[in-house]
Design a binder for this molecule. Structure first.
Ligand SMILES: [Zn+2]
Ligand SMILES: [Zn+2]
Length: 392
């Protein structure tokens, strides 16, 4: 089955939903209108259960198959939130909410899962239950974690879980996935280097924190080059270097460094966490200064696809798109993804679907390509019918 015939019939309706969501973007946990839109639609379709307020504003819909012999439950997840970007698409359905924009295509993700829910509720051509998960706050707010912490997996008896993201540059109707680490962990830290300020003409009477912080910036690069196994990707970036002084003749008393660590394994992430602090403390001590790690914020963990479920996703994608249009060995990405928390709780997989040659994700000119809706939604339907076959 390439694209489900019902989805072709309903394409203009689904396009209208997507554009309505696009025109009304909401950030983080403010996705109240979007969650209301989703819950109304799920009730309209006749879902067996519609639960709101999971993980603050997340929505969950449950659809039972025409038989429930096996008691099997599969979760499908979409994200609903937008970004703090001023839209520059010039589209008729452009954001009506200044400074907020669906620049990551979560309007498309929400629509694709709603479209699949509509058809699954009509056909119910499966055995067991499909759980549709609509999460808030994927863009840095940990909405997926909030839903997990709210007992998502246990409350709905989810046994395996799948997520999907659109990808510009991949042709519409194509898919890409890989087993194992797919998206990186993303952590952030702030280090304060304290020396002794003074006159720039008398450096011997000071402990210059800018020199210490410069050594530290370089030393932190040895985490990737000399400490972590070269086979384990890790990035340590210093992204901000600030002092309290703007003067030409003052050595400031302290410097604040900010940075990020990205890794594709728990092992590399763990080593970086330990070494950032150790290198800061000891580099500062070398110069008689002190360094304190004021904050080390652990963000999203590594998004790791489970091998068996990656195969299941591949089989469904190939049934929709054919072998040629499915990349089973997609390169890993050092961006981070909140779906990682769900994959830490249940076996599952995360897959990319093509969004053609629109601008890149998080760009003010990006707009989700509506032609992708029936492909992504067909994948969801196919996956449910394959994972929950009738007569099993
Ligand atoms: Zn994004
Ligand atoms: Zn996104």
């Amino acid at each position: 089955m390439p694209v489900h015939p019902r989805l072709s019939e309903l394409h203009s309706t689904h396009t209208a939903w997507r554009r309505d969501l696009h025109a009304h973007p909401e950030m983080l946990y403010d996705t109240v209108r979007t969650a209301g839109f989703v819950a109304d639609k799920l009730r309209e379709f006749g879902c067996d259960e519609v639960v709101t307020g999971v993980g603050r504003v997340g929505v969950v819909g449950v659809i039972h198959g025409q038989s429930r012999v096996s008691d099997r439950v599969v979760g499908l997840r979409a994200d609903m939130d937008a970004l703090p970007i001023n839209e520059d698409t010039g589209a008729a359905h452009a954001s009506l909410n200044p400074g907020v924009m669906h620049a990551c295509g979560h309007d498309g993700h929400t629509t694709m899962l709603l479209a699949a829910a509509q058809v699954l509720a009509e056909t119910r051509n499966f055995d067991g239950s499909a759980v549709l998960i609509f999460q808030p706050a994927e863009e840095g707010g940990g909405g997926g974690k909030a839903m997990c912490d709210d007992g998502l997996m246990e409350r709905f008896g989810i046994q395996e879980v799948y997520g999907m993201h659109n990808m510009p540059t991949l042709p519409v109707g194509s898919f890409a996935i890989r087993p194992g680490p797919f998206f990186a962990s993303a952590d952030e830290w702030i280090i304060e280097v304290t020396g002794r300020g003074g006159h720039a003409a008398m450096p011997h009477l000071t402990i210059d924190p800018t020199v210490v912080a410069s050594h530290l910036t370089l030393a932190l690069q040895t985490i990737a080059s000399r400490t972590v196994d070269p086979m384990l990707p890790v990035v340590v970036s210093v992204t901000s270097f600030r002092t309290a002084s703007d003067a030409f003749n003052v050595i400031p008393p302290s410097v604040e460094l900010r940075g990020t660590v990205r890794a594709l394994s728990a092992e590399a992430r763990e080593i970086a966490l330990r070494r950032v602090t150790e290198i800061a403390t000891h580099t500062a001590a070398t110069f008689g200064a002190t360094a304190t790690c004021r904050e080390y914020k652990l963000g999203y963990p590594v998004t790791t696809n489970h091998p068996l479920e990656t195969q299941h996703a591949l089989t469904a994608a190939r049934a929709i798109a054919g072998n040629e249009q499915v990349n089973a060995n997609a390169p890993a990405v050092l961006g981070a993804e909140d779906f990682a928390f769900m994959l830490n709780e249940r076996p599952g997989a995360y897959i990319l679907t093509g969004n053609g040659d629109t601008a890149n994700l998080h760009h003010p000119a990006y707009d989700f390509d509506d032609a992708a809706i029936p492909h992504g939604a067909s994948f969801w339907i196919e996956l449910i019918e394959q994972r929950l076959p009738l007569g099993s």
